[in-house]
Design a protein around this ligand. Structure first.
Ligand code: NAG
Ligand code: NAG
Length: 191
């Protein structure tokens, strides 16, 4: 493997070797994603009202990435943001695990996936989001690519991460508790 994470310099300094293999074991050194916003809104189903269930999120990857192959080096800086990640579905068309986009980002892209909550079904008061950061420094080398993923639970309640409420008109909403921002989401590198 020819990729490294930002710990490359530290790994070399510690003398862990010059082959790429030892670096893979240092993936656990990746810092968690920082989720700064999550909001959920569901329609009330009344004629004339907005019919889309919507989840929006913002997330930051505090990790920088360095890829090396012979004399070529590619870097992706720390702090790349996934902004306005937005999952939307029409009434009755929830699709488990489908991938939805965030705004364009430099040197890669961000996406989110929506999953069932702790009770095994999707509820606005209990769901999970997977945050996916694909890093590509742009050197046109196939192995200069990484995919970093982290999943978090957005469940309402005393020990949950969201506040959830419904209005008199029947629309419901949830959002990440402000005292938990940024929510730290542990990550693993899957590519
Ligand atoms: C995400 O960040 C953008 C840009 O700062 C902001 O306009 C938007 O309201 C944020 N999204 C949420 C759900 O707070
Ligand atoms: C919240 O967490 C505390 C500490 O783990 C636990 O004692 C309490 O029962 C939990 N409350 C709920 C509503 O789950």
């Amino acid at each position: 493997m020819s990729f490294t994470v930002s710990t490359l310099v530290a790994a070399l300094a510690l003398g862990s070797g010059t082959t790429a293999a030892p670096l893979e074991s240092r993936q656990d050194a990746l810092k968690p994603f920082e989720v700064t916003a999550v909001s959920y809104n569901s329609p009330n189903g009344r004629p004339g009202s907005y019919p889309w269930t919507t989840i929006r999120a913002n997330v930051t990857d505090p990790n920088g990435y360095t890829f090396t192959q012979e004399n070529t080096v590619g870097t992706v800086p720390a702090g790349i943001q996934g902004i306005n990640c937005e999952a939307q579905w029409y009434s009755g068309e929830y699709s488990e695990g489908r991938t939805y986009p965030c705004d364009r980002a430099e040197k890669g892209h961000w996406a989110i996936q929506v999953y069932a909550g702790t009770q095994g079904a999707f509820w606005g008061s209990d769901f999970k989001l997977k945050f996916i950061h694909v890093v590509e420094p742009g050197q046109m080398i196939q192995s200069f690519r990484g995919r970093i993923e982290g999943e978090a639970s957005f469940k309402a309640g005393i020990n949950g991460t969201t506040s959830y409420s419904c209005s008199a008109s029947g629309t419901c909403g949830a959002s990440l508790k402000s005292e938990l921002k940024p929510l730290l989401v542990p990550v693993t590198r899957t590519l």
